[in-house]
Design a protein around this ligand. Structure first.
Ligand SMILES: [Zn+2]
Length: 146
């Protein structure tokens, strides 16, 4: 019951298994619409000091801004901050997703901040299995040396 009201969803990264939160909301909800209506009314009084039909334009603009904001927030929260794994990009383009993880792991390797933290729990693949995977044409494997 309580979890219904939580805006974030607890889960684990599909790649490095780090626990993290993802925003539940992909699109704006009733609360955002009410907030946008209130914001546009405030804007209306601030600009015209009375009721003005142009408030509808302000309302639509507020709605559009909150929709874009919620979507960007959700999109950013989906990407793992630890290893850079992006499940949405992975569905569309696994190679690009693997490249992104590689870049993120390289950044981690060079950042002294991460030297003392415990190593990531990356999927372990034996050399034999790695070869089989690469032969299958699933793209290059990302470095597992971190
Ligand atoms: Zn991760």
């Amino acid at each position: 019951m309580f979890s219904l009201f939580k805006s974030k969803h607890n889960c684990y990264c599909a790649f490095c298994k780090t626990p993290r939160n993802i925003y539940r909301k992909k699109n704006i909800g009733v609360m955002n619409i009410i907030a946008a209506a209130m914001a546009s009314i405030v804007v209306m009084f601030a600009i015209w000091q009375e009721y003005d039909p142009r408030v509808m334009i302000a309302f639509v603009v507020c709605l559009a801004i909150s929709e874009v904001f919620v979507q960007i927030r959700w999109r950013l929260s989906v990407v793992c901050r630890t290893c850079g794994f992006d499940p949405i990009l992975y569905v569309k383009d696994p190679t690009a997703a693997a490249d992104k993880v590689k870049v993120q792991l390289d950044v981690r390797k060079q950042d002294p901040k991460y030297l003392l933290t415990k190593p990531l729990n990356l999927p372990t693949i034996t050399p034999k299995k790695a070869e089989a995977l690469e032969n299958k044409g699933k793209g290059k494997l990302v470095s597992r040396s971190i």
